[in-house]
Design a binder for this molecule. Structure first.
Ligand code: 5AD
Ligand code: SF4
Length: 442
């Protein structure tokens, strides 16, 4: 791809959906500077990494990725390498010390300042910017030429919860909501360009509050659902302690809001939940789930569980196994606890051995596979509205799409269906997907 200035940028994204959104924003900002996307880091003039530090493993990836660029940079010294995102926020200047050929470090609040930071780096100075306050979040500037069928839109950033294990409040700063009008404008622009499904993003969307009009998240959902060309709205993540009856109502009542909720529990043990500072008990969590299922029977529920939090006994872990059973998760993200800088948990006694964490994780994941499989098998015979994304894996002759509950469905059908809503009869349930058959609209 040729750009006006002929300069190419390559962005690699690690971590969560919010980072993916930030990378899309970066690309928008850089395309205004005349950069076009490069096929690979090796051919780029500017190589950016958008990093994640939520777990130690994610952070390690950054160092190995940058390490692999060392030789490229030696051969092409004019190339600029920059590390942004949560690791950049966390480590700041230290990254420049650790990696002698790194040019630029930009934290989570520095996105809008990229043009000046890059100019500075281009003049030969090594720069680090870790000013955490992003100021008012500017609207996204995306190349809207070909945005695809689905897009993400950040509605709030940061977190005020300070869960004992979590680095997010330290690297993303305090909660900050975007103006509802700006969010709706962005969604409308995406929808106009062909996007049919948006996922609204925030560390804790339940705390959303429009800084201009005072709308809460349920109001925002209603406003976004009002965008005519948009078909589907999803959102993530909800904190159990703040899940409001109004939001449950919006989830159940607004047709464009899909039947899916990510509601991380983190543990099933009250003792551990308290040590984690989660602000709810197991009973309260399960009562919420019950309420949700009553109001929205088709809801697919997702969760996060951390195994091996400091002090977690076998009995505590059993309680987590029981919780995933009782919650009946459709999908579960599960992690081994890892120490993060600045957090409370780093100083807690009773750290669990790595091997034991691995064993617990494997047990949890084995159990979850059975739960998912049973849930998916129970879908057989149901008629599902599916947004068709395109051909499934090459050569199979199948098309793939997502149900309202966000379950992947594969079914025989012509490629022309891509981008359309169709009805599919479920014929088979697998661990991670469904198989089905197209049903005539007539
Ligand atoms: N160790 C392991 N998992 C963690 N998470 C957050 N911090 C840690 C940590 N220190 C998990 C939580 C969170 C998800 C995004 O990452 O489950 O919901
Ligand atoms: Fe981290 Fe807890 Fe905030 Fe989620 S709610 S980002 S786990 S501190």
């Amino acid at each position: 791809m040729e750009s006006p200035s002929g300069k190419l940028v390559h962005i690699t994204t690690f971590g969560c959906q919010m980072n993916e959104y930030d990378s899309a924003r970066m690309l928008g900002i850089l395309s205004e500077l005349g950069y076009a996307p490069a096929e690979s880091p090796e051919t780029a003039d500017l190589v950016l990494l958008n990093t994640c530090s939520v777990r130690e493993k994610a952070q390690h990836k950054v160092y190995s990725f940058v390490g692999a660029l060392r030789e490229v940079k030696r051969q092409r010294p004019g190339m600029i390498i920059g590390v942004g995102g949560c690791v950049a926020q966390q480590e700041g200047r230290q990254l420049l010390k650790d990696i002698p050929y790194l040019d630029l470090v930009f934290g989570t609040g520095a996105l809008e300042r990229l043009p000046e930071l890059i100019a500075e780096a281009a003049s030969g100075r090594r720069v680090a910017c870790t000013d955490l306050d992003p100021g008012p979040l500017a609207p996204r500037r995306v190349a809207l030429a070909n945005p695809g069928l689905k897009a993400m839109v950040t509605v709030m950033q940061g977190c005020d919860n300070f869960c004992a294990y979590c680095v997010v409040p330290h690297v993303r700063g305090r909660e900050k909501s975007r103006a509802a009008a700006q969010v709706v404008e962005e969604v409308a622009a995406l929808a106009k360009a062909g996007v049919r499904e948006v996922t609204l993003l925030g560390q804790n969307v339940n705390s959303y509050r429009d800084p201009e009009g005072g709308a809460d998240f349920a109001d925002l959902l209603e406003m976004v659902a009002g965008v005519p060309e948009l078909w589907r709205v999803r959102f993530t993540t909800s904190h159990p302690k703040d899940l409001s009856p109004r939001l449950i109502e919006a989830l159940a009542g607004i047709d464009k809001v899909m039947d899916q909720l990510h509601l991380p529990a983190q543990s099933g043990s009250d003792r551990i939940l308290k040590a984690m500072r989660r602000g709810y008990t197991r009973a309260r969590y399960l009562a919420l789930v019950k309420d949700l299922r009553r109001r929205a029977p088709d809801l697919a529920l997702g969760g996060d569980i951390i195994v091996g939090f400091p002090g977690e006994t076998e009995a505590d872990f059993q309680a987590s196994l029981e919780l995933i059973e009782a919650a009946g998760y459709d999908f579960l993200f599960s992690f081994k606890y890892s120490d993060r800088p600045f957090t409370k948990a780093i100083d807690l006694p009773g750290k669990i051995a790595e091997a034991e964490k691995s064993r617990r994780l494997a047990r949890l994941q084995d159990r979850q596979r059975e739960i998912s499989l049973a849930l998916h098998r129970a879908q057989v015979g149901k008629l599902e509205e599916v947004l068709v994304e395109g051909p499934a894996k090459r050569g199979t002759g199948l098309m793939t799409g997502r149900t309202r509950a966000n379950r992947a469905v594969n079914f025989p059908g012509p490629p022309e269906l891509a981008g359309r809503l169709v009805m599919v009869r479920v014929e088979q349930g697998l661990v991670n997907s469904l198989r089905g058959k197209l049903v005539d609209p007539a």
